[in-house]
Design a binder for this molecule. Structure first.
Ligand SMILES: C[S@@+](CC[C@H](N)C(=O)[O-])C[C@H]1O[C@@H](n2cnc3c(N)ncnc32)[C@H](O)[C@@H]1O
Length: 344
């Protein structure tokens, strides 16, 4: 998924840096003996990579769609019958579209005669999305599928539908004409299954609340860097994941999001939230990904982390997120910092 702040292209850098640093600190335990926590999990790509290395994983995100995808990546493995999963996907692909919540509120045909006409998906793809979402829920309520299958199918739907969205990149706005990829008929494609025998747990909580109740060895933090809230930029994925018929507002059809507004996107609140997070963290090794354009300055982060143990920083040049290309900004790349703390 094309996700703001995704670490997909930085995985090798992150993984090798983290493993080298902890070894330099004298760490001798094998991954299977350690707990790795990814508490701003987003697409789950970092958690997935460390799961494959054999670590026990704790993952978390405040957004429900992220929870769903990460739950599949992290908690599903040998407990899924791949042949059966493939059949379920085929069945879902055969379902006839229905005029459900997504069609009625986010497609051009469905919003005819309404105050706001929206075009987030083609009419056909919106109907297909509704049909698949409703069927997954029915199967689940009728106990025709297991919890593991439910998150596999729902995660696959979220990941698939995003490829057909008629947006420039995020859901803060839709395009006036259907772009090419949005015109193609939607096909549900399965998320891959990462095998591993490790202990994993995924949460859907505010990180500052959760941090007091979890502990482990390596804590990886990848908070938002700027004022762009994920709850508004990905509101449609949230609604597809929850499918809770929310009251929606305005031109873009935003759902209520006050509970999911992140203090990490607020210049006035971010320092305190970050300082509390580091103070309350019950982990020996703490890593923070942040770039040189973030709301917190380099010096602020350094002074907060230095208070609690041995601090160091590593850097990597990184091409900026695609959505920014249209903006009139000079820098083509940002510097990505990996701040490290070995907590006393
Ligand atoms: C930079 S993205 C993480 C990207 C992720 N590492 C990846 O590679 O896909 C930041 C994530 O933090 C989540 N988030 C923001 N504020 C949060 C909070 N207070 N508690 C938990 N998650 C939060 C957002 O929903 C978003 O998914």
């Amino acid at each position: 998924m094309n996700y703001i702040g995704s670490k997909f292209s930085l995985i090798d850098f992150l993984q090798s840096s983290i493993e080298i640093i902890i070894q330099q600190c004298g760490e001798t335990r094998r991954p299977a003996e350690m707990v790795f926590a990814d508490l701003f999990a987003g697409t789950g790509v970092v958690s997935g990579a460390f799961k494959q290395q054999g670590y026990s994983i704790i993952a978390n995100d405040i957004q429900y769609y992220s929870y769903v995808i990460t739950k599949h990546i992290i908690e599903n493995n040998g407990n899924l019958d791949e042949e059966r999963c493939q059949k379920l996907i085929e069945k879902l692909n055969e379902t006839e579209g229905v005029k459900g919540f997504i069609y009625k509120n986010y497609s051009f045909g469905g919003t005819e005669g309404q105050e706001f006409r929206r075009m987030y998906f083609s009419d056909e793809n919106a109907k297909k999305c509704d049909a698949i979402r409703i069927t997954i829920e029915q199967w689940y309520q009728n106990r025709e599928i297991t919890d593991h299958e439910y998150f596999f199918l729902l995660g696959s739907l979220i990941n698939s539908i995003d490829k057909y969205a008629n947006t420039a990149s995020v859901y803060g706005a839709y395009l006036k004409r259907l772009k090419k990829s949005a015109q193609k008929p939607m096909k549900l494609t399965p998320l891959s299954i990462l095998h591993g025998e490790v202990q994993c747990k995924v949460y859907n909580e505010d990180v500052n609340r959760l941090i007091k109740n979890v502990s482990g060895d390596i804590l990886y933090l990848d908070p938002p860097y700027n004022a762009r809230q994920y709850c508004t930029n990905y509101h449609l994925l949230e609604t597809i994941a929850r499918y809770d018929n929310p009251v929606i507002h305005g031109k873009t059809g935003l759902r209520e999001y006050t509970e999911q507004k992140s203090v990490f996107c607020d210049k006035r609140k971010v320092e305190k939230a970050f300082a509390d997070l580091i103070k309350n963290a019950q982990f020996k090794y703490i890593f923070l990904s942040y770039n040189n354009e973030g709301l917190m300055s380099f010096d602020t982060i350094k002074s907060i982390m230095t208070k609690y143990g041995e601090y160091n920083v590593y850097t990597k040049e990184y091409r900026r997120f695609k959505a920014d290309n249209a903006r009139d900004i000079k820098a083509q790349s940002t510097v990505e910092y990996l701040h490290c703390l070995v907590k006393n």
